[in-house]
Design a protein around this ligand. Structure first.
Ligand code: Q9C
Ligand code: ZN
Length: 680
């Protein structure tokens, strides 16, 4: 199994800066890289990574995304005097040159390629390149937006050419639109480009018509460009997660990349003077986690923007710590996406429904779209107006208007320290079943006393059952207890009766909230369904007998759990948003007898659920069905789930019924919303 996280950084990339006065460019400072790296060192994260040297990209590599004329022009900049540099700079938008920037730009590309080589050859599983200058705005023949060469676009071409990557996903979570990346792959179906960006109906830089949601790619590449424009500032954690659950992840899983790039700009985090968003640094732990089971875990994060040094350093640490496999923090108090974000989500889903079967039942585009946007634009006084926070009437659900505050006035709590329990995975297995490598066989310090034995026997067992059954129950609660004390991260138990074990555990859990995921035929024990502190998500082929309630959510699939595409859709669009909104302290994943979920999908589920409850996942398997033990253990140990391959269309009735379920549940669970209220 491929292990390790690469960190690629070289101080040399701090050695250029703005040499004249320019209010637009003054935020792009060497300290951006210095504070990011220092934070990684101070927190001990840098030491845990595999450090890989940078190199200079070759001309041929740069030419994968740029014209010869442009490369030749940039090559002359190291020999230019100040005046000449300023003149050269003026040919482009929002960028500056320096005698050493060409050298740094070659290192930034080279660092990204080093990352790709190490990830694609399996020397590491994933990694991050901390680079300057950034890349996603630069174009075939133009520098732009602090970017000289398009690091990620070059690296995607390189991965296709040198590592035979067939499908590459680029997730651009920087707050600006990476138009350079969009242009590079516009008609290329082998590279799926996703970007969200501050847009404000085209009034925010780079003010491009083609940054809107209706730029979907062209020719063979139609459908492979996904834009989610933010038309208001102040977007927060719920907005970001909603876009992941309802737009990016379904499409990404259907696409099934061989490699994932993150254009990891952190100007989309709180406190950033460019972005004016409110998402907190810990959200990047989740965004990273949610991408880490695509492409067999091959994720290359490459720094782009990020101009608030505090928020930048914290966000970089959150990202790298997640790549390393530490448990993600609990994202607290998620609501639904705000109204403006829902409009963007709706628009993106509607325009892409003809390209992606996971979206085929998304609501239709608004009839007035996209012209309504132009009307609003006109009301704001033209398309090239300055960026700013003006326009739109404030509504209750809208994000807070961010006044032109000095950035130091915006404060947020430092992310909590993320502690990984010293024991990652404890398995409760009958003696005859071999314990997979890397896992510990769970044995409690001492057995139950006579009173405890009597209590367990009375509450859960028939008279006829032997002492071994009592011991098993005791061991289960002991394992649960150590997980809840954060001494053990996760666990797996092979039990003779999954229903009984689930009943025992939900009642024994001290967590205020337990999420029980029941994969297959029920019934789910009535005692659990009635339990107010357990949210049950039940995926099955049978219409359930029990009436659905806020805390019992049956998801019915025609072909049951054997329908991989259907289950993936249910997991991404329903289970995960429900789980994130519920904020469980413990996740129980139950595999009742005869469960049809295929191995790879089971592993995906095991891995994805670990983003919840600080990674406290307890998996229950049926004693006589030992086949899934190996893959479950592998997922619990933090190995990436294997790619499911491109997904076929889920059954149309199923997709239709998910949409119906989503509509019914979204009042109680706003993170399920995909459409603005008045448009529903
Ligand atoms: N305030 C990156 O984040 N200036 N580039 C915008 C509007 C350009 C950002 C002016 C910002 C470029 C990589
Ligand atoms: Zn940016």
């Amino acid at each position: 199994m491929k292990m390790g996280t690469a960190l690629i950084y070289d101080e040399e990339m701090t050695k250029y800066k703005l040499l004249w006065v320019d209010p637009v460019c003054k935020i792009e400072v060497p300290e951006r890289l210095i504070v990011s790296y220092e934070a990684l060192v101070k927190s001990g994260l840098a030491d845990r990574c595999v450090s890989i040297p940078v190199r200079e990209a070759t001309d041929a590599e740069i030419l994968l995304a740029h014209s010869e004329e442009y490369l030749e022009a940039v090559k002359k900049t190291p020999f230019m005097h100040l005046e000449e540099l300023m003149t050269f700079t003026q040919k482009y938008g929002d960028v500056y040159f320096h005698p050493n920037i060409y050298h740094c730009a070659k290192l930034a590309v080279g660092a990204t390629l080093q990352l790709v080589d190490n990830v694609m050859t399996g020397k590491v599983r994933n990694g991050m390149a901390l680079v300057r200058p950034p890349g996603h705005h630069s174009q075939s023949s133009a520098a732009n937006g602090f970017c000289v060469f398009n690091n990620v676009a070059i690296a995607a071409q390189y991965a296709k050419k040198h590592h035979k990557a067939k499908r590459v996903l680029i997730v651009d979570w920087d707050v600006h639109h990476g138009q350079g990346v969009q242009y590079c792959f516009e008609d290329d179906p082998s590279v799926l480009y996703f970007s969200w960006h501050r847009y404000e109906h085209q009034s925010f830089w780079p003010n491009l018509r083609e940054s809107d949601f209706d730029s979907v790619g062209s020719g063979k590449g139609a459908g492979f460009n996904v834009n989610v424009p933010w038309n208001k500032v102040g977007m927060g954690n719920s907005d970001y997660l909603a876009v992941f659950f309802h737009v990016l992840l379904p499409v990404a899983y259907e696409f099934s990349p061989d490699l994932v790039f993150i254009c990891a700009g952190f100007d989309s985090a709180i406190g950033d003077p460019e972005g004016h968003m409110s998402a907190t640094p810990d959200i990047f732990a989740h965004l990273t986690h949610l991408l880490m089971n695509l492409a067999d875990g091959k994720v290359c994060a490459v720094l782009e923007g990020g101009y608030n040094l505090t928020s930048l350093a914290q966000s970089v640490c959150q990202t790298v710590q997640t790549l390393l496999g530490d448990p993600a923090p609990r994202p607290a108090q998620l609501g639904g996406a705000c109204e403006s974000a829902l409009e963007s989500i709706h628009s993106a889903r509607a325009i892409h429904k003809k390209y992606w079967s996971c979206l085929q039942h998304a609501a239709a585009p608004f009839p007035e779209e996209p012209s309504s946007k132009n009307r609003r634009l006109a009301q704001q006084g033209g398309s090239q107006g300055p960026e700013g926070d003006a326009g739109g009437d404030a509504q209750k659900e809208e994000p807070e208007k961010v006044e032109e505050k000095e950035e130091e006035e915006i404060v947020w709590p430092e992310p909590l320290r993320r502690v990984a329990p010293s024991l990652r995975s404890a398995l409760l297995l009958p003696d005859a079943v071999e314990c997979p490598d890397g896992c510990a066989r769970f044995s409690p310090a001492h057995g139950p006393g006579p009173l405890e034995r009597a209590r367990l026997r009375k509450s859960y067992l028939k008279e006829s059952e032997d002492e071994a059954s009592v011991t098993l129950l005791y061991n289960l609660t002991a394992l649960l207890g150590q997980m809840e004390k954060n001494e053990i991260r996760n666990g797996l138990a092979l039990v003779p009766d999954v229903s009984m074990a689930a009943t025992l555990l939900t009642s024994a859990s001290l967590s205020k909230r337990v999420l029980l995921v029941w994969m297959g035929e029920g019934p789910v024990p009535a005692q659990i369904i009635e339990d107010e502190k357990t949210l049950v998500v039940h995926i099955d082929s049978m219409e359930p007998h029990e009436a659905q309630s806020k805390y019992y959510i049956p998801i019915t699939l025609k072909k049951g759990c054997g329908d991989t595409a259907g289950v993936v859709q249910a997991v991404l669009g329903l289970l995960l948003p429900l789980g994130y909104q519920y904020e469980p302290g413990l996740v129980l994943l139950a595999r009742p007898p005869g469960c049809q979920v295929k191995g790879g999908l089971w592993q995906q589920l095991t891995c994805l659920l670990q983003g919840l409850a600080l990674g406290h996942t307890l998996v229950l398997l049926q004693e006589n069905e030992t086949a899934p033990v190996g893959i479950t253990a592998s997922g619990l140990l933090g190995n990436a789930a294997l790619s499911l391959g491109p997904l076929v269309a889920p059954g149309p009735e199923d997709v239709g019924s998910f949409e119906g379920l989503r509509l019914r549940l979204q009042t109680d669970w706003p993170l399920l919303q995909t459409t603005a209220p008045e448009k529903r």
